[in-house]
Write a protein that binds this ligand. Structure first.
Ligand code: ZN
Length: 133
């Protein structure tokens, strides 16, 4: 795996949270994007080579809405950039990790993504992402 690409943070309301993170990071949100497959609206910030991804559910049934219901707002996942997502998925599933999707999904920020089930990762939801070139 390569560097930590981004940290995902679940929020109730982007309009409230974007200015908070703009102040913390002292940099503007550079992109907002709807990810239909995940039913989320995302907002991105860049700090060095790491990004922050704020996630707001686009409807009450979405995974982020359910996450916030259970755990409240806050840290949702960490994402590592990989060179070859299929190879990493094979490697990790042969190590016994459970993948939440069998094939890479199209995620935000023009990336293929795959998540590891947090039950096998000490409770941390881990995303693999590979830039689509
Ligand atoms: Zn992510």
């Amino acid at each position: 795996m390569n560097h930590l690409d981004h940290i995902g943070i679940a929020v109730k309301n982007l309009q409230v949270s974007i200015p908070i993170f703009e102040k913390i990071l002292n940099t503007p949100c550079y992109k907002k994007e709807m990810v239909e497959s995940e039913q989320v609206l995302t907002a991105f910030f860049q700090t060095g080579q790491t990004k922050l991804e704020l996630l707001e559910s686009s409807n009450a049934e979405g995974v982020i809405a359910k996450f916030i219901e259970k755990k409240g707002e806050g840290l949702h996942h960490i994402a590592f950039e990989v060179d070859n997502i299929l190879e990493e998925m094979d490697r990790l599933s042969s190590e016994g990790f459970v993948l939440l999707n069998e094939t890479p999904k199209k995620g935000a920020d023009n990336k293929w993504v795959c998540f590891l089930h947090p039950k096998g990762t000490n409770g941390v939801l881990i995303e693999l992402c590979q830039s689509i070139r």
